[in-house]
Structure formats: structure tokens, C-alpha cells
Design a protein around this ligand. Structure first.
Ligand code: ATP
Ligand code: MG
Length: 561
């Protein structure tokens, strides 16, 4: 696809890339997606993935996958694997360009020795607290550390001893010698290396000093000849340090850092730290709980890579922080599944219907389109018989105004076939309706009455003798307020969890054939929404997750308030 084609939105980042290619500043574009393997990826990362891989794809360049594994204590192979899977699942590939910041530890160490020799870095004995105190504030310049003017020789010797493990964690650090009076706090002699006696998941115990994130990131980008290093806005203030690093080291290229607004979504939290807390405290069943905004969670919920990519494209790239309505994500999924998902009938809260004038033992096969949006998907045959299940909700003994579904004496259409009239409701000893006795009109098999009479509602159904049982899990928003971080009143974000975010329905009745649907396959249950087969399914006993209802009931609720 050409980057100038009408379908490709030109945001400010794409505009910069195009200009750099046109002006000859670069002859190709190289981007990277640099996750820290300390958690599962979420929809915000998906935006970054779509941006980095998408730009490379559109401009005929490349995008690397690089693990920013500079923090040995928080990282985990489980996370590495999940990140690889998630990027692939979204439909992107890095060929043989899978890198780790830890691959560069030797090189970074060499560069650092050079910095020390040039008098641009020093070993500091101040404690972390003292360093913070000396750093000053936004309105006050910092103070120089008493160790700032050590000789090159002493610095080289101390740094070497740090590397050999002679000091405890936190006892010394290596700092860049930049400017303690800089208005940018990140330039007030930032820490470049710290001591961590910890086993790294890739380098094992080879190192007990680890380079800091900002420093490592800039070097890694330069070593990989990244042309445009795209990151989120919180790194804007770090850009001078990024530039300082690539300017003061003999690195082979000069990448440019460009910041964009991170994606925030309503009714959820997005930071890995908070998501981890939800997992650890058992608020959700795991990283892949379908209520989580993680990629594994969205996938299990029934999101498709196409829908997520479309969402990322619709959201676009902005320079200012904003909060995106989750309804936009849901719309992207509906649009995708509307085109692709086969239709099926499922009764979530069943009510038995007996059609008194339908012959006992007779079964008809009703032909219904698999997807009315796509004739090429063909038709399916759905058995029809004397006893059916319909939704409890589709009957009211005393119909409220504008209720056009079943009630005693009222006629409706059964999806794909006959008209049905309710004669009476059968109740149990407590007065609950447990069955409807009905009559059908054999002349209406095609869904219309020869005498031209109309019905105002069509309801779905499943033949009782043919129905299969299923469990259905309905999900609602994880939080009950749009922005749980900022709901105010001094309340903890977790106090805004929606207690009704999960409803489990057992004993649902589904069309025969659906019981063996493969895990992760998608259906539209007529009138209910889009559903996806959950990995908890066992043979003959499927579990369906509601991915999204057919319409946005929250929008309607909000509008009616
Ligand atoms: P979090 O703050 O959610 O824990 P992070 O920024 O620490 O995430 P990283 O693994 O460092 O996570 O992120 C990898 C890449 O994804 C970075 O380039 C980061 O800027 C980007 N990214 C992370 N969160 C978002 C988001 N919400 N929107 C867009 N990009 C994001
Ligand atoms: Mg990070």
C-alpha cells in the first residue's frame, strides 16, 4: 500500500517519515516496538505495535521487536513468550529481527568506559535519597555531588569494582556528568548504571551492574539503526537525554525520538502495574480474563486482530493525551464480526413453549442464511418441532407499553419461519411462568401471512428436543466510571470496580451443531450480540463469551438519563 493512498491517514508521524524519505535524510524507515517483558501487552501496546509495524509496512521499511530487558528483577520468560504471541496474533512479523537490550550489555559497557575516559561520567557514592535531595526541583537548581570531580582513573577503577561485584546494591552508581543546573531534571547528572545483584533471565549472573532504561534505549536504537524512535508522551522530557546519549557516544547512527499520546480507554485501567494487581488480588481470573484490556484478554473475549487494527487506525495518532471511548473499540469489533460471523440462535434464559396444534414427533428443517450480510456463506438448516425454547424476556404476562413480543393472545414471528400466538402461561406453585402454551399458523411458514396480517416482533427460538446446553458468560465494563484513575473524592481506583462485570448463565440452549464449535470461533447469536467460544469449553459442553452486544446499551442508557 502506498503511504499516500487515500486509505492511509496521514498523521504527524507519517508526515515526518515521508518527509525524511523524500528529502533523502533516510533511504529507508526503521522502527521498533520495545516492550519491557514485565507484564502482558494491553490495547495501548497494540496501538504502539500497529503504529510501529504499520509505518514500516506502509513505507517499505522494517520494524524490529526488541525486549527492553534492563530490569533483571521484574522480568519473566512467561511475559516474553506472551509478547511474541501477541504481536504475531495481531498480524505482524519481525522476521529475524528479534533483539534484546541485554544483547547490548557488553557494547554498552564499552561505550561507558569511553564516556568515563572523556570525563563525561563519574561514580557517585551518594545514596539514592541523597541523589534525589541533591537533584533540586523544577524551580531550584540541583547541587553537585561531592564525588562529581573524581579523576578519570578513580572512576575507571571504581566502575570496574562495581562490575566485579565488590559493592552492595545501591552503594554506588555511575552518573553522566551533564549539568546540575539544567532546567530539565533529566539532565541533572542522570544515573547511567546501578548495582543489582540479581539473576537476569538472559544474561544470568554475568552482570551485577545494569544500565538504566533511558541510556540503554537510546543506545539500542542507535545500534539497530532505528530511524524514528516512537514513544509515548511521558518521554518527551527525556528526549534531551536521549539526544545527549547518541551525541556523546560513538554509536553508528542517529535515531530521532518522536513522542505521541498514549492510548487511554474509558472504563478500564491500562498500566501493567495496575493490571498485575487485579490479577494478583484475584479480582479477575488472570491476564486473559475477558474483562481485561490485555491482548490475551481481548482475544479471549472474542476480539479479532482485524478489529483491533481497525480501532488503532480509527483512533489515529495524536500529540495530546486523551481518553478514548471504549465504545469505539466495540464498534470496530461489531463492524468486523457483522461481516464475518455466522449467525446462530441461542436462548440464554430459556422458557419452554409448547405449540399445541403442531404435530407430535414432526421435525421440519428451516433454512436460514448463515450470514445475511454475505450470501456466499450459504444457508443453515435449523430443526423445528412442537416444543421450543424462547427467551424468558420475550414473554410478558402483562405487556408494558410498546412491548410487542409475546403475551397472552399476542402473535409474533419466529425467526425464519411461522407466526406463533400465545394462548396462556403455565405457572408453578410460586406463580412463576414455567411454560407457554401456544398455537402456530401453518400458512406462515415462509415468515409472512397470506392474508397480509402483520406482527410487530420477531423472536428467536431453539427446538427443545434438538437444543444443546451451553454456558454463557456475559461481560460488562470492569469499572463503573469512565476514568477510574481520576474519579476523585480521594477514592482508590479499585473502589470503582463494577461488581456486576461478570454474569455466568448455565443451562443456556443453543442450536445443534454449535456444541462442537472450535475454541475462539465467533458467532452472532441473533438479537443478543457476538459471542466467542471460550477455551474452558469441553467436548459437547461449550462455553461462550459475549464479546459485545449488538448495540451499545451504555450509550442508550446515557442518552436516556
Ligand atoms: P505501562 O505504563 O502500561 O505499564 P509501559 O509503557 O511501561 O506500559 P512498555 O513495555 O515499556 O510498557 O511499552 C512498550 C511500548 O509500548 C513503548 O514504546 C510504550 O511507549 C508503548 N505503550 C505503552 N503503553 C501505551 C499506551 N497506553 N498507548 C500507546 N503506546 C503505549
Ligand atoms: Mg515502560
Amino acid at each position: 500500500m502506498s503511504p499516500t493512498s487515500a486509505e492511509t491517514p496521514v498523521d504527524f508521524i507519517r508526515a515526518i517519515v515521508r518527509e525524511d524519505l523524500e528529502s533523502g535524510k533516510h533511504d529507508t524507515v526503521r522502527t521498533r516496538f520495545p516492550p519491557e517483558p514485565n507484564g502482558y501487552l494491553h490495547i495501548g501496546h497494540a496501538k504502539s505495535i500497529c503504529l510501529n509495524f504499520g509505518i514500516a509496512e506502509e513505507f517499505g521499511g522494517t520494524c524490529n521487536l526488541r525486549f527492553d530487558d534492563t530490569n533483571p528483577t521484574k522480568e519473566d520468560v512467561e511475559y516474553v513468550d506472551s509478547i511474541i504471541d501477541a504481536v504475531h496474533w495481531l498480524g505482524f512479523d519481525w522476521d529475524d529481527r528479534l533483539y534484546h537490550a541485554s544483547d547490548y550489555f557488553d557494547q554498552i559497557y564499552e561505550y561507558t568506559l569511553g564516556l568515563i575516559r572523556e570525563g563525561k561520567a563519574y561514580v557517585d557514592d551518594l545514596s539514592a535519597d541523597e541523589i534525589r535531595e541533591y537533584r533540586g526541583t523544577l524551580t531550584e537548581p540541583g547541587r553537585e555531588s561531592p564525588y562529581r570531580n573524581r579523576s578519570v582513573e578513580e572512576n575507571l577503577e571504581l566502575f570496574e569494582r562495581m562490575r566485579r561485584g565488590e559493592f552492595a546494591d545501591g552503594e554506588r552508581v555511575l552518573r553522566a556528568k551533564i549539568d546540575m543546573a539544567s532546567p530539565n531534571l533529566n539532565l541533572r547528572d542522570p544515573v547511567l548504571y546501578r548495582i543489582r545483584h540479581a539473576t537476569h533471565h538472559r544474561t544470568g549472573d554475568k552482570w551485577c551492574i545494569y544500565p538504566m532504561y533511558d541510556y540503554t534505549h537510546a543506545i539500542s536504537d542507535a545500534l539497530e539503526h532505528i530511524t524514528h524512535s516512537l514513544c509515548t508522551l511521558e518521554f518527551e522530557d527525556h528526549r534531551p537525554l536521549y539526544d545527549w546519549t547518541v551525541e556523546n557516544l560513538p554509536v553508528p547512527s542517529r535515531p530521532r525520538q518522536i513522542e505521541f499520546a498514549r492510548l487511554n480507554l474509558t472504563y478500564t485501567v491500562m498500566s501493567k502495574r495496575k493490571l498485575l494487581q487485579l490479577v494478583q488480588e484475584g479480582v479477575v481470573s488472570g491476564w486473559d480474563d475477558p474483562r481485561m484490556p490485555t491482548i490475551v484478554g481481548l482475544r479471549r473475549r472474542g476480539y479479532t486482530p482485524e478489529a483491533i487494527r481497525e480501532f488503532a487506525a480509527r483512533v489515529g495518532v495524536a500529540k495530546r493525551e486523551n481518553l478514548v471511548d471504549v465504545a469505539l473499540l466495540e464498534d470496530a469489533l461489531r463492524d468486523d464480526l457483522n461481516r464475518r460471523a455466522p449467525r446462530a440462535m441461542a436462548v440464554l434464559r430459556p422458557l419452554r413453549v409448547v405449540i399445541e396444534n403442531y404435530p407430535e414427533g414432526q421435525v421440519e428443517e428451516i433454512e436460514i442464511p448463515v450470514n445475511p450480510e454475505d450470501a456466499s456463506m450459504g444457508v443453515r438448516k435449523v430443526p423445528f418441532s412442537r416444543e421450543l425454547y424462547i427467551e424468558q424476556d420475550d414473554f410478558r404476562e402483562v405487556p408494558p407499553p410498546k412491548y410487542f413480543r409475546l403475551s397472552p393472545g399476542r402473535e409474533v414471528r419466529l425467526r425464519g419461519t411461522y407466526f406463533l400466538t400465545c394462548e396462556r402461561a403455565v405457572k408453578d406453585a410460586d406463580g412463576n411462568v414455567i411454560e407457554l402454551r401456544c398455537r402456530y399458523d401453518p400458512a406462515t411458514r415462509g415468515g409472512a401471512a397470506p392474508d397480509g396480517r402483520r406482527v410487530k416482533a420477531t423472536i428467536h427460538w431453539v427446538s427443545a428436543a434438538h437444543a444443546r446446553d451451553a454456558e454463557v458468560r456475559l461481560y460488562d465494563r470492569l469499572f463503573s466510571v469512565p476514568d477510574p484513575h481520576d474519579a476523585g473524592e480521594g477514592r482508590d481506583w479499585k473502589s470503582f470496580l463494577n461488581p456486576n462485570s461478570l454474569t455466568v448463565l448455565t443451562g443456556c440452549k443453543i442450536e445443534p451443531g454449535l456444541e462442537d464449535a472450535p475454541v475462539f470461533s465467533h458467532y452472532q447469536f441473533e438479537r443478543q450480540g457476538y459471542f466467542c467460544v471460550d477455551p474452558d469449553s469441553t467436548p459437547g459442553r461449550p462455553v461462550f463469551n459475549r464479546s459485545v452486544p449488538l448495540r451499545d446499551s451504555w450509550a442508550r442508557l446515557a442518552a436516556s438519563r
